[in-house]
Design a protein around this ligand. Structure first.
Ligand code: FAD
Length: 413
């Protein structure tokens, strides 16, 4: 469907994954007249389109679905509420004030919206950014690429790959392989335990995939296609594993290129746009939601964030959110804290996100304290492992004592 340029657009949403579709559906349900989703792929639904396994949909549909069914249901629900969905439509530039340059099958167009929501999700770190030596060969893929080859194109790129990483998505790589008759020869992890929570570490054993902890990928060898990899253990001992492919899984990074190239402030810690507790970016016409905010949460979590962001944008079209000048920046004062999101909160107005989302770079047991002008304005106990989600309730910050900014510190027990 060609995009109608003659009628004003109330809200344009960049990205038709779970978060973008949830925001769009919520906006329509709240009575917003014209809500447009712009999706670069030929079908909306985002990452779950190629996750051919359960469990998706418990929060949204109260049942366990496979990724593609879940994605399709989200699309159907959005369209049924009157959301205008434009696939094969890539936003190539987002300008101050809500003007978007879009590449469509009919050519490049410029549209304008009263509000814009970024919902462009995350991607896995490619090989180039992982500092793995060796040749550029066929058969080195991320999990996302593997899933779309297997589930969308019925391809089998290799038969005996090595999987690098042990995040949740790495286990999904095992199940994708097994679905396609591919048998991974090893799963490797530089840490002494798997990144995903127990009991995921039992899954490779159950599926007879050897799991090598304290082992990192050093180089990939072969001639045109992969023939082996070099791995190194914690003592620096190297060895070769024969294989015909490599799956570089996880190490997610927000898909924030558009905002980065444009005018939005980007948080180097999350890799996503800086937002306040109302999901509002540094340009108040723009909002952000879903996994773009920070790596990485599940589809259900991202969907829920999309619903909430949609409701906030609907409010913002009627009632103004607090002035940007009244927002207090949150900074991280301890390197062990990986990121904190939102990066700005309002001392004057409640509402919006209920908690600051936090992750650590390593294990931590002690306290997180919020300090403002030398005074402690919040304190929370913490007992966590690397990469676990932590939620700090915003209401436990003593807003009356907050000065110009809040620094988050970790005090070990
Ligand atoms: C490989 C991989 C596997 C995963 N597996 C699981 C899993 O098994 N279970 C789970 O719960 N979570 C999984 N996740 C996490 C996943 O990010 C969430 O499930 C969920 O998809 C997040 O929703 P989202 O809407 O924020 O982003 P996405 O689903 O990533 O949707 C973003 C959408 O934005 C579109 N887009 C991006 N840039 C543009 C642009 N410039 N113009 C127009 N459109 C654009 C993309 O095409 C995409 O459709 C996985 C993630 C990855 C990367």
């Amino acid at each position: 469907m060609m995009i109608d340029l003659s009628t004003p657009i109330d809200v344009a949403i960049i990205g038709g994954g779970p978060a973008g579709l949830a925001a769009a559906t919520t906006l329509k349900a709240a009575g917003v007249v014209r809500v447009v989703v712009l999706e670069r792929e030929n079908t909306a639904g985002g990452i779950p389109r190629h996750c051919g396994h359960p469990p998706f949909g418990m929060r949204e549909f109260k049942r366990v679905l496979k990724g593609p069914t879940y994605a399709q249901r989200l699309v159907e629900r959005a369209v049924a509420t009157g959301v205008e969905l434009h696939c094969l439509t890539t936003v190539i530039e987002a300008k101050i004030g809500g003007d978007l340059l879009i590449a469509t099958p009919e050519g490049v167009l410029e549209i304008s919206a009263r509000r814009v929501i970024y919902a462009t999700g995350v991607r896995e770190t490619p090989r180039s950014a992982r500092l793995v030596g060796g040749m550029r060969l066929q058969g080195v893929v991320n999990t996302g690429a593997l899933q779309s080859m297997v589930f969308l194109k019925q391809m089998r790129p290799f038969r005996r790959p090595v999987i690098a990483g042990t995040e949740l998505v790495s286990f999904s790589a095992i199940s994708t392989c097994l679905h396609a008759g591919i048998r991974p020869v090893a799963m490797i992890e530089p840490d002494s335990r798997t990144t995903a929570r127990w009991p995921t570490g039992l899954y490779p054993r159950l599926k007879r995939v050897p799991l090598h902890l304290n082992t990192r990928l050093v180089a990939i060898h072969g001639d045109k296609t992969v023939a082996s990899v070099d791995v190194e253990d914690a003592e620096g001992m190297k060895r070769e594993i024969t294989c015909d492919g490599v799956i570089l899984s996880g190490k997610f990074t927000p898909e924030s290129t558009l905002g980065r190239m444009g005018h939005l402030e980007i948080d180097p810690a999350t890799g996503g746009p800086v937002v306040d507790q109302f999901s509002r970016c540094s340009d108040p016409v723009y909002f952000a939601t879903g996994n773009l905010l920070r790596p990485v949460e599940t589809a259900g979590w991202s969907w829920n964030e999309g619903c909430q962001t949609g409701a906030r944008v609907a409010d913002d079209l009627n009632v103004k959110l607090p002035d940007m000048a009244d927002l207090i920046p949150i900074s991280i004062a301890t390197p062990l804290i990986k990121y904190a999101m939102p990066q700005r909160i309002s001392t004057a107005q409640s509402g919006g996100m209920k908690a600051i989302q936090l992750r650590f770079n390593g294990d931590a047991k002690g306290q997180i304290v919020a300090v403002s002008a030398g005074e402690t304005v919040g304190r929370w106990p913490v007992n966590t492992r690397k990469e676990r989600r932590i939620l700090l309730p915003i209401r436990s910050i003593d807003m009356r004592r907050v000065a110009e900014q809040i620094a988050l510190k970790y005090l070990p027990a």
